[in-house]
Design a protein around this ligand. Structure first.
Ligand code: DQA
Length: 186
């Protein structure tokens, strides 16, 4: 150590420069931080879960469903980001923003399942493994619900298991990501 005076103050300088400590990136490419990130998207009217057509969709609110997703994510040591929108373009934007940042998407596109070429194209464009989830068994309901614009661009669909479908979907996405690490962000 070297002591010196500067404007009446007694200062001490370390003789050797302080070593810079390398800062590691927190992306999945870094071997010390392999945390998998999953984006969970809820489409229109799912904000009304718990009050909406309870005989079909059950009594749990979206907050309850998201709580179960977060608990599962914490148990698995993965990161989840959960968003809901009633606006098609907003869902499209969030899918686009996930490119190169998210390992997998789990989406319940709700009514947009049966109408949205834009959501389908967004999923195809980002090339992120995606699981389609429905609370109800859409294949056992009205005929228009049997057609999914999304099904052709996802790795699989889970329908009919109520809120458990989201956890099943995340489980499936996780297994897929682990089996196909080359498809994950670098
Ligand atoms: C739904 C099924 C859709 O047909 C419907 O429009 C929804 C919810 C489901 O989770 O079962 O809003 O996606």
């Amino acid at each position: 150590m070297v002591h010196f005076n500067f404007q009446g103050l007694r200062l001490t300088r370390l003789e050797r420069p302080v070593k810079m400590i390398p800062v590691f990136k927190t992306q999945r490419s870094c071997p010390i931080s392999p945390m998998i990130s999953i984006l969970v998207l809820h489409g229109p009217n799912l904000n009304m879960l718990g009050t909406r057509e309870r005989s079909l969709y059950g009594a749990l609110s979206l907050k309850d469903v998201n709580g179960a997703i977060e608990t599962f994510a914490a148990q698995e040591g993965i990161r989840v980001q959960i968003r809901q929108s009633n606006i098609e373009g907003e869902l499209v934007t969030w899918i686009q923003e996930a490119k190169d940042r998210i390992d997998a998407i789990v989406i319940n596109p709700a009514a947009y399942t049966h109408t949205s070429v834009a959501i389908r194209d967004a999923i195809a464009a980002v090339d992120i493994p995606t699981v389609e989830v429905h609370l109800t068994n859409v294949h056992a309901r009205e005929s228009f619900r049997r057609r999914s614009y999304i099904a052709g661009v996802v790795i699989g669909q889970i329908a009919g298991f109520g809120p458990d479908g989201y956890v099943l979907g995340i489980r499936a996405a996780l297994a897929y990501v682990k089996r196909n690490p080359a498809q994950t962000p670098s």
